[in-house]
Design a protein around this ligand. Sequence first.
Ligand SMILES: [Cu+2]
Length: 512
Amino acid sequence: MQYLRKNVWELGGDWADPILWYARGVAAMKARALAEPTSWRFYGAIHGIDAQLWQQLGYLSPSDPMPGKAAIHRFWKQCQHGSWYFLPWHRGYVLAFEANIRAAVMKLPGAPTDWALPYWNYFKPNQNKLPPAFASADWPDGHGNNPLFVQQRYGPNNDGNVYVPVDMINLNAMNDPDFTGVASGGGPGFGGVDTGFEHGGRHHGGIETQPHDWVHGLVGGSDPKNQQLPGLMSDPDTAGLDPIFWLHHANIDRLWEVWRQSPTTHVNPTDLHWIKGPGNIGERIFSMPMPDGNPWDYTPGDMADLGQLGYKYDDLSPAPAVVQPGERLLRLGASAAAAKAMEGATAVASTKNVELVGANRGSLRITGSEARTSVQLDPGMRRKVSASLAAAVEAAAPDRVFLNLENVRGLVDSTAFQVYVDLPDGANPADYPERLAGSVALFGVRKASLADGEHAGQGLTFVLEITDIVDALHLSNKLDVDALDVRIVPVNPVPEGAQVSIGRVSIFRQGR
Ligand SMILES: [Cu+2]
């Protein structure tokens, strides 16, 4: 049987059959005790669990019997973030969860045998609102206790109106030619940087930063009465408890397949270290509890080809492309043939020659509705970037340039901000969309800031490609400066108590 995952907004109604059956399956998993490996909360804990936070949010009571130690060690706290395992780990997690829901559904009278998880494509026009079945406290018959409803889902304005503001998310990562990123300041890659088992890694990959992290923070928000209490979706230790999590991750999973198929030069890592996964070097394996009571162990290699996994998506149309190097050449007046040649050139494996172009001085505290800093540019490096951009008109593709926000720390995961480069003094950022370097949501920042956490509180690092901005500055002769201004514009004012800071703001160049 091949299962078909469909768009949740195009099923034919707010409570179309696949959603109704999903709700019944969720209710069945929620009825099981925490200690049962196929229970709702056990599956949430596979992603992550913070006992104190779960208790504060009403998802754990001191009287809950816990699973055995072996089960906890095998299954809990597995989610892979800030890692090239982000995509394959989540693909297996969603597959196993879907199998458990389907098994629960098939025990009910009149159930379909081909139920598949719908996905939420917030990019499609008029589909950025939370699907209505998730927003209602009631079942379709008007009675309460709808298991898809979550109290702690606050939305982008922390007022309970849940939607994804479309101007805050993008698909830029779909144009990244490389799956694997560079941890030393260069491109984040479509899928993330080369790591071992990484439950909360520091460098978020391209598709992980945008739209993945953003949708988490925008949907979850935080409790308006206590901003340090996240909505479930905002924090990796609670995200798996929200039924919308699975539709968001089905969409991220779909985007991986869209990226892989178009263009055909996009390929998954062929590195054995990726294919065989962390278990192969003596680290934890990826393992999920299945409905028959047995664990299912998998490797990233097992997840690489959708055709082998027994399911597909109803829509894999390519994402709208942002400016490609070839278009840039046309813009500069090159011949169409030269531009065409350039399109192929992006597929060639890069040498990953990464160098620091400049950095700001000292740590930057983010409070209120704006923060500014200035990145000092090394004159020699600046000339190198300019020369590469100038030469690109006739020759090879130019350097790629990346803005790094290093060691971002804080206590509130729903914090999100937009990052602008070289805005004129006093300018309203909204008037300068061409200076928007990108946007960052701090999904996972609380854990990454704990001094006793896995990375000793070093925080998260985000990488935004600014090649186009630097290119435009170069073309208008504005790159010949000692420093570039960087302005941070939070979506909602950041309270002092959130303790958000950026350790260093830096710019790197990466040769093609
Ligand atoms: Cu996620």
